[in-house]
Design a protein around this ligand. Structure first.
Ligand code: DGL
Length: 285
């Protein structure tokens, strides 16, 4: 079984993409609705919660874990990989890979929660993937097009700049059903303005909730190529399973899905419907 966890219900955007990439695979989802939001908590507390979330999924039979939450991926992924003995995927790495392929001017923007933005994880991951690309370039292999052009123009590897913007008001607005309202559009405009001024051409949607307002973000920032980390992590997982056929064979594929939450109200069910576009049975643990 594939396990997916998030601080709450937003991670269903990731579940949706995993289902699309791997139809028929059994899935177990945990949303820590009792302790949400993670995005304004300390890295230390998020790590503790993330470990408990992952352990719960293991008890449910998860053989692989996807950390759908950007905030938890940002501060707890390495920690979980040390503590937990199954493959664990986060949403940061695949998003960065895609952003580096997409950017033409080398200016990448990130919006996310405070925890994600303060962690500087996207900046670190971008630098790490760039240095890996540079090593490949030495062998003249698979170097991304933008780096080749940059090399020619600057006589060295091209500079990538990252501009991050915390957008803490978006999560509650989306959860309150304000996604399409003028208030959200105005707040979004304020969050995007500094990134527009920096002329970013690629924008990473670094939070589980933002795919729900993707069209509005695109409308407010026409020039930017939007990167949805949910798509990237689903593809990364699919590729991993193709490369690990034994593990793949051991995963049950009866199209079953189980949803667990740590607190359940009518509103939680409404939010789940909003994210998934259908009603699902949420089990409170
Ligand atoms: N799931 C969180 C994230 O992607 C957003 C909600 C929260 O702050 O817990 O960062």
């Amino acid at each position: 079984m594939i396990g997916i966890f998030d601080s709450g219900i937003g991670g269903l955007t990731v579940l949706k993409e995993v289902k699309r990439a791997l139809p028929g695979y059994d899935l177990v989802y945990f949303g820590d609705t009792a302790r949400l939001p993670y995005g304004n908590k300390s890295a230390e507390l998020i790590r503790q919660y993330a470990l408990e979330d992952a352990e719960f999924l293991l008890e449910q039979g998860a053989q692989i874990i996807v950390v759908a939450c950007n905030s938890a991926s940002a501060v707890a992924l390495d920690f979980l990989q040390e503590k937990i003995n199954v493959p664990i995927f986060g949403v940061i790495k695949p998003a960065v890979k895609e952003a580096l392929q997409a950017t033409k001017n080398g200016r990448i923007g990130v919006i996310g929660t405070r925890a994600t933005v303060n962690s500087k994880v996207y900046e670190r991951e971008i630098m790490s993937q760039l240095s890996e690309s540079k090593e490949e370039a030495v062998d003249d292999l698979k170097i991304p097009a933008f780096m080749r052009q940059g090399k020619k123009a600057a006589g060295g590897s091209r500079k990538i700049e990252v501009f991050s913007q915390a957008a803490p008001l978006l999560v509650p607005l989306i959860e309150e059903g304000y996604a399409k309202k003028g208030e959200t559009k105005r707040i979004l405009k304020r969050y995007l303005l500094p990134l527009k001024m920096k002329q970013v051409d690629t924008l990473i949607l670094g939070c589980t909730h933002y795919p729900l307002i993707k069209d509005i973000i695109q409308d407010k920032f026409r020039r930017a190529k939007l990167i949805d980390p949910a798509l990237g992590v689903a593809q990364e997982l699919k590729k991993f399973l193709q490369q690990n056929p034994e593990l793949d064979r051991s995963l049950s594929k009866r199209g079953q899905e189980k949803f667990f939450v740590s607190d359940l109200t009518e509103h939680t069910e409404d939010i789940a419907r909003l994210f998934l576009g259908r009603k699902v049975k949420l089990n409170k643990i």
